[in-house]
Design a protein around this ligand. Sequence first.
Ligand code: NAD
Ligand code: TYD
Length: 346
Amino acid sequence: MKILITGGAGFIGSHVVRLFVNKYPEYEIFNLDALTYAGNLENLVDIEDRSNYHFIKADINNILEINSLFEKYKFDKVIHLAAESHVDRSIKDPLAFVKTNVIGTMNLLNAAKDHWSKDYKNNLFYHISTDEVYGTLGETGLFTESTSYDPNSPYSASKASSDHFVRAYGETYDLPYIITNCSNNYGPNQFPEKLIPLFINNIIDNINLPVYGDGKYTRDWLYVIDHAVAIDLAFHNGKLKSTYNIGGFNEWQNIDLVKLLCDIMDVKLGRDKGTSEKLITYIKDRPGHDKRYAIDATKINKELGWKPSVTFEEGLEKTIDWYLNNKKWLDNVTSGDYQKYYNEQY
Ligand code: NAD
Ligand code: TYD
């Protein structure tokens, strides 16, 4: 089986590629990635020499190239993760999100539709999406697979749009698809623009921790390797033309999470308790900031037997240890353009 994984040099993609390359030596894994600021082949050094792993540097916005790659390699299945993924960047440059997340997904859908035989025997278009397509929750309730889409940011609107196109290709052209909508991921290799790695990096460097608004926004956090395991299960055993929500059953208000992170970092760095907390700085809120996300992951639990394997405290500790042990990785990704981004954003 030849599997095209897009965005495999990014955060979640690299964990999915590693899992598939290691667990399924009989599959040929093709990691297609444009290596934007978020893509980093250092994430995959441990598996880059494996005979069932191949890297293709390509942009999903380039339809001619995507078509010729489908022609050349004859991929059987696609796991599509490539995307612009950061909400703050989508507020600054929404069109970049439409291009990659909507048009890029369309290019892959069209290539799959045009190159696969019409019975789609042994084909699958697996689209990786987010819980942010559902918009925001109030104090109570959970997102289920039948919650209406109600995106509030350019990022979530572009992901919602791509989800709709995937579903529409299933209805209109019979393309076999699966969509999974996952909550906030954290773990090793996440680019330090997202909350947890940004704050770990700032604490190491004694830089302010910029908390948006009152800090009382809630996210449902999932350790990235648990997401990769869920993707493996859905890919192999998921019901075609259906969607699954994936989440950590793990809601945290940002400010509580940040305080826990500060406490662990103080211990790890041998600093006095309370040192890192002093770096917390409340700043202007993000426009359109979704108040609360929380996933009901009952369906994937009941149908596929998936549940998270680590507690948040365990996952956070593993994550912090990884960043502290991979300072070179952090230094590499925060040099160059990162400083410009940081100064403009904060
Ligand atoms: P990321 O930003 O870390 O990685 C994205 C990857 O896609 C990078 O390697 C980048 O180089 C590549 N890419 C971007 N534009 C491309 C293009 N035009 N052509 C080819 N490659 C391109 O993102 P992530 O956090 O790993 O997210 C991966 C997927 O999972 C995304 O689709 C995202 O919407 C979804 N998702 C993320 C989260 C989360 O918490 N991070 C949660 C749920 C769903
Ligand atoms: P983020 O990691 O950007 O994920 P998302 O917006 O996709 O949920 O942000 C997680 C939460 O942390 C969100 O409520 C915004 C907040 N946040 C801050 O308070 N400060 C920051 O500097 C960042 C990046 C996020």
